[in-house]
Design a binder for this molecule. Structure first.
Ligand code: B12
Ligand code: SF4
Length: 457
């Protein structure tokens, strides 16, 4: 069996590429199986190669033609809600050129809407919801041996043309049983990633215990935060260093939640001489933690604060005190974390233009904290999406398109939201980079970003 993972070009800018940890995990999960012949990754995001009708022929010539069209050839792709339509179209294009190969999809959008995707896309053979580290291997094994697909939790398939789904999967209990994500790195173009991106993304834990109404985390990870054993993290960070990376960014939802666990990892980061960054909640840091993080090489901290308006924070179920948020941002800056970033949203239910401008004004007083404002987007299955009427928000443009806002609220028109965003983008735009998507840091990588903001509409 030949597995061809495809990392589709996201809706992001060229500079926003991130190493696909999901594919690394899945490749590592199947590589030792005796029914697997070859594993390949077509990293179209790294190559910045969009697949659409215009590029379909070229995609076939370059990437599909040379690969056999047999039932034992598996094309495996992740689907994210923000580029679900594009990825689904890409699956139809693969099917056009490969009639017998199997197309399997997974990832956040499948966990949220797997049955819908299988129902609406005859090009796709199978979809796997949830953590697929073990179920993907099991599915391939059953396909290789022509066995029944019964009992594979999270599997969506078609039977006599009708979309069906098995039981939704439980979270993986024992994170120590996972394959090693760094084992999967060998299938990625790490040399180009190092040259082009400069840092290595790493996932040390999965999930979050909070339930902010706009966030997919609760639906994806079931409110459970589970950690890789600290000794696994330490060993894998060593591998990353050996691969020639000096910079690591943790992509965990909530890196500083478990202090004893984190405190086991920090000395190793220091010992390896790795510079690092992470995302976390603003209420989950204090002076002692921030000092320890800085001393171990942390140069980039990213918080999601969303707004400094207390009422709006309660509407978002963010469970953050805005006064504490300001205090801890000041603390992080005082302690000397080189780059402190925070994201905010425009279009929060109930917020007026004045509320947004108050948040912007507070950001100005917190310089050099780097704010990143985004359009609030109701993502499928989130509490916000499911209760849009109650929250007083409506889509007025095609949902899930990145860039500017697609919604209006009871308190702001879509034009008002977008005008605000436009002004804010202009004000906080660093001359070297676009504030739209790039999430990481020039401080760490010393990269020169291209500004492509004008291309986003
Ligand atoms: C790294 C990351 C990014 C990177 C790039 C990701 C990419 N390739 O596009 C950057 C920083 C650019 C980014 C940006 C954005 N992101 Co982002 N990002 C993440 C993050 C933090 C980590 C992803 C990861 O590696 N997870 C760890 C792996 C192990 O988990 P996983 O990906 O879910 O994979 C498992 C399963 O899903 C499944 N699986 C995954 N792929 C496949 C494929 C197959 C074939 C199969 C069978 C199974 C399978 O098995 C895997 C192993 O168990 C996640 C949050 C999170 N913690 O997961 C958000 C997340 C994916 N991002 C999200 C969002 C909303 C965005 C933005 C739209 C934010 C914004 N407003 O700008 C932008 C979009 C940028 C773009 N691409 O255009 C949402 C997506 C929600 C959704 N419904 O799709 C997430 C889930 C965050 C959240 N909690 O809401 N992001
Ligand atoms: S704290 Fe962050 S990751 Fe957790 S639910 Fe809220 S937004 Fe999502």
């Amino acid at each position: 069996m030949r597995v061809v993972f495809i990392n589709p070009k996201g809706a992001n800018n060229e500079d926003d590429y991130e190493l696909p940890s999901n594919i690394a995990y899945l490749a590592a999960a199947v590589e030792k199986a005796d029914f697997i012949g070859e594993i390949e990754v077509l990293d179209l995001d790294l190559l910045y190669f969009p697949v659409d009708e215009d590029s379909a022929q070229q995609f076939n010539e370059k990437f599909l033609k040379g690969r056999p069209d047999e039932a034992s050839t598996i094309f495996a792709l992740p689907i994210y809600t923000y580029c679900a339509k594009e990825t689904e179209k890409m699956c139809a294009i693969i099917r056009r050129f490969k009639k017998r190969a199997k197309i399997i999809v997974g990832g956040p959008h499948i966990t949220l809407n797997g049955l819908g995707v299988i129902r609406d896309n005859s090009a796709i053979d199978f979809a796997l919801a949830g953590e697929a580290d073990f179920s993907f291997r099991e599915l391939l094994k059953r396909l290789a041996h022509g066995e029944s697909l019964e009992g594979i939790d999270g599997l969506y398939y078609r039977e006599n043309g009708v979309a069906k789904g098995n039981k939704f999967p439980e979270r993986i209990e024992n994170m120590a049983s996972l394959p090693s994500q760094t084992d999967g790195f060998k299938y990625l173009d790490m040399k180009t990633i190092k040259e082009k991106v400069g840092y290595c993304s790493y996932i040390a834990s999965r999930g979050c215990v909070f339930s902010c109404v706009f966030c997919s985390s609760a639906n994806l990870w079931g409110h459970k935060l589970k950690y890789l054993p600290a000794k696994t993290v330490i060993a894998e960070l060593g591998t990353i260093k050996q691969m020639g990376f000096d910079v690591v960014t943790f992509r965990d939802d909530f890196f500083t939640m478990n202090k004893p666990w984190m405190n086991e990892i920090l000395p190793c980061l220091k010992e390896l001489g790795l510079t690092w960054g992470c995302e976390t909640r603003i209420d989950a840091v204090d002076e002692k933690t921030l000092v320890a993080m800085k001393e171990s090489g942390c140069k980039n901290l990213r918080f999601g604060i969303e707004t400094f308006n207390d009422k709006s924070l309660r509407i978002l179920n963010k469970k953050i005190d805005p006064i504490l948020a300001v205090k801890n941002l000041e603390l992080a800056l005082k302690i000397g974390i080189e780059e402190v970033r925070s994201s905010f949203m425009v279009g929060i239910p109930g917020e007026t233009k004045e509320d947004v401008l108050r948040t912007v004004a507070i950001c100005r007083t917190l310089k050099p904290m780097r704010p990143r404002f985004r359009a609030l987007t109701p993502y499928i299955k989130t509490r916000l999406y499911e209760n849009m009427e109650e929250y007083g928000i409506r889509f007025v443009k095609e949902p899930h398109k990145l860039g500017y806002s697609q919604i209006e609220t009871d308190t702001m028109t879509n034009t008002e939201i977008n005008e605000l965003l436009h002004g804010i983008y202009a004000e906080f735009k660093n001359p070297k980079e676009s504030y739209y998507h790039n999430d990481f840091s020039m401080v760490l990588t010393d990269k020169k970003w291209k500004t492509k903001a004008s291309e986003v509409s």
